[in-house]
Design a protein around this ligand. Structure first.
Ligand SMILES: NC(=O)c1ccc[n+]([C@@H]2O[C@H](COP(=O)([O-])OP(=O)(O)OC[C@H]3O[C@@H](n4cnc5c(N)ncnc54)[C@H](O)[C@@H]3O)[C@@H](O)[C@H]2O)c1
Length: 391
């Protein structure tokens, strides 16, 4: 694994847990973790349960006993690490968004296509697909329970940078993160809604905004605390969007709206999706992730209404290995499910999803949103996802 902070911890927990919960054809051994600071990565290895640590990710590539490279770093290093790992025959799990640019995502997808021919697998970490209620939504749509999908309404709202004194961390720098709320949390609702509906976004009209354009440099990069001797800390420009809002058409005929913001005061991690079809509506709210709301318009009129489905039965996706019905699961379980599916796919010699090609398609939507916003919200088609290999 490369990176040991937020996603590093979440993935480590999943790698630790997955073989204890699920009966799988292969076992994960947590061999080597990489970070840039020797003392910190040593501490992380100990805390998160890794056998060894290094400060150079190339050590993962060079070791013959390592089969899988799990990339949990900011987007500016995804492409370099993934390309090297695939070339060395390592299976790759890469966090989302796949890359910082479409060009990088295309190169990664092409490399994944080449590697696949020799049995090397790759997957992008859109973990919310594997919340059981989300997987179930997809099944309901596929089973025709919603009929023809007319509307998709998706928001992903946070508020952690409302304070203008919040420092200029990597997520607020375009060269490190690619984009702001759009790529960080907007990417999740783009992938989730396309996954659930089976439809792809074909075109968008967007607005984006950077509400706070200058922020204090983080203490570790400026070497200064927030203020020194009464002088304000040095500042730098915010080079990404704070919020992105767009309307979209899906290729199956649905109209969709998307909102991704880090300025939704009071909203901590509010991912909500509502899908309206000709036969019903389904609603998901990440802050109540064990539940789905379902309105079944095929019921007799006198019985119609929104029902709450508690998605904790053994028959529900992923749930048979967990607890008895009603004993709820949480955020981290989505990563355990991700590792389960990844290990199964690798061990059984099949391609896991979402593939790098799927993640490239999300990247193309991000790019269309950015271009539309730059062009005064003009209607912008999503470019075709032809990979270099396919071309
Ligand atoms: N799936 C999700 O729900 C989810 C949630 C948060 C973040 N992410 C994604 O995960 C990735 C990491 O985000 P995070 O929140 O964990 O960030 P973070 O800042 O918490 O951690 C980043 C880690 O990468 C390390 N790192 C950075 N550059 C490195 C390099 N060149 N070599 C080795 N280590 C390096 C840092 O030291 C740190 O350990 C991003 O792509 C982000 O978009 C996904």
């Amino acid at each position: 694994m490369v990176g040991y902070a937020f996603m590093g911890a979440a993935h480590s927990q999943a790698w630790r847990t997955v073989n204890r919960v699920y009966d799988l054809p292969a076992r994960a051994r947590m061999a080597l973790i990489c970070g840039r600071d020797t003392a910190k990565v040593a501490d992380a290895a100990d805390r998160l349960g890794w056998d060894a640590h290094t400060t150079d990710w190339r050590d993962l590539i060079n070791r013959d006993d390592i089969d899988v490279v799990d990339i949990c770093t900011p987007g500016d290093s995804h492409a370099e690490i993934a390309l090297a790992a695939l070339a060395a025959g390592k299976h790759v799990l890469c966090e989302k968004p796949l890359a910082n640019t479409v060009a990088e995502a295309r190169a990664m997808t092409a490399a994944a296509d080449v590697a696949r021919a020799t049995g090397v697998r790759s997957m992008c970490g859109f973990n919310y697909r594997r919340v059981p209620a989300v997987t179930m939504m997809r099944q309901m749509v596929a089973d025709g329970r919603l009929g023809v999908i007319r509307h998709v309404r998706a928001v992903y709202l946070q508020d952690w940078i409302v304070d203008p004194q919040f420092p200029l961390v990597w997520r607020l720098q375009k060269d490190r993160a690619g984009s702001g709320a759009l790529g960080d949390i907007g990417a999740h609702i783009i992938d989730l809604t396309q996954f659930v509906t089976g439809q792809r976004i074909s075109g968008v009209s967007a607005v984006t905004e950077t509400f706070v354009k200058e922020r204090p440099l983080p203490a570790e990069s400026s070497g200064l605390a927030a203020s020194v001797d009464g002088h304000a800390a040095p500042t730098g420009p915010v080079t990404v969007d704070d919020a992105a809002v767009f309307v979209a058409r899906l290729d199956g005929g649905a109209l969709a709206t998307y909102e991704a913001s880090r300025f939704a005061t009071g909203r901590k991690n509010a991912l909500r999706v509502e899908i309206n079809g000709s036969l019903g509506t389904v609603v998901f709210d990440l802050e109540r992730l064990n539940e789905l709301e379902f309105y079944d318009a095929t019921r007799p009129a006198v019985e119609q209404g929104f029902n709450r489905i508690l998605v904790t039965e053994g028959e529900h996706p992923y749930m048979s290995a967990w607890w008895p019905p009603g004993h709820i699961i949480g955020y981290e379980h989505s990563f355990t499910h991700e590792m389960r599916d990844f290990i199964e796919a690798v061990a059984n010699g099949v391609d896991p999803t979402p593939s790098f090609a799927d993640a490239l398609q999300v990247q193309l939507v991000l790019d269309a949103v950015t271009r539309s916003a730059e062009l005064g919200s003009s209607w912008t088609e999503v470019a075709p996802a032809l990979t270099a290999a396919a071309v």
